[in-house]
Write a protein that binds this ligand. Structure first.
Ligand code: RTP
Ligand code: MG
Length: 140
């Protein structure tokens, strides 16, 4: 099988940064064997968040989601590795932290805060197209 080194965008969302989980999340990424290419702590403009989550515009959770993402600092990571796009999504676990599998970031560390949006600690690009688009938004 040929190797398939990819890059993806990971965001430690405001709940992860506020709960001091950035190091724990980065530890899991590095322990898996992915490497860190670029990193920055940001408080993005609303326009960047709206572009980032453009696929969800019009959904009931869109506005609460953007407000949540504006509520504090975000750690943006550009990471690289073999099939890292799919692999990081597996490491993160499914969207709802209550039912995300134990062993995943969301399953082990996520909480259901009973709000209008899932505060699920991390974002990971969901396809090669999303990764290219999102890395350009956050890092270029
Ligand atoms: P992400 O894009 O952040 O990596 O998460 P995801 O692919 O697992 O989930 P997605 O469907 O893309 O939703 C984006 C983010 O919106 C919030 N959400 N809340 N209340 C709800 O039902 C709901 N649905 C989605 C979550 O923060 C989710 O990660
Ligand atoms: Mg998504």
């Amino acid at each position: 099988m040929s190797t398939q080194i990819e890059e993806t965008l990971v965001l430690v969302k405001p709940d992860g940064v506020a709960r001091n989980l950035s190091g724990e999340i980065l530890r899991r990424i590095e322990a898996k064997g992915y490497s860190l290419v670029d990193v920055k702590l940001v408080e993005p403009e609303r326009s960047l968040l709206v572009q980032h989550y453009a696929e969800h515009e019009g959904k009931p959770f869109f506005e609460p989601l953007v407000e949540f993402m504006e509520s504090g600092a975000i750690l943006a990571l550009r990471i690289a590795g073999e099939r890292v796009i799919e692999g990081f999504r597996a490491l993160a676990g499914t969207t709802d932290p209550t039912t995300a599998a134990p062993g995943t970031i969301r399953g082990d560390l996520g909480r259901d805060w009973g709000g209008k949006v899932q505060q699920n600690l991390v974002h990971g690009s969901d396809s090669p197209e999303s990764a290219a688009r999102e890395l350009a938004l956050w890092f270029d």
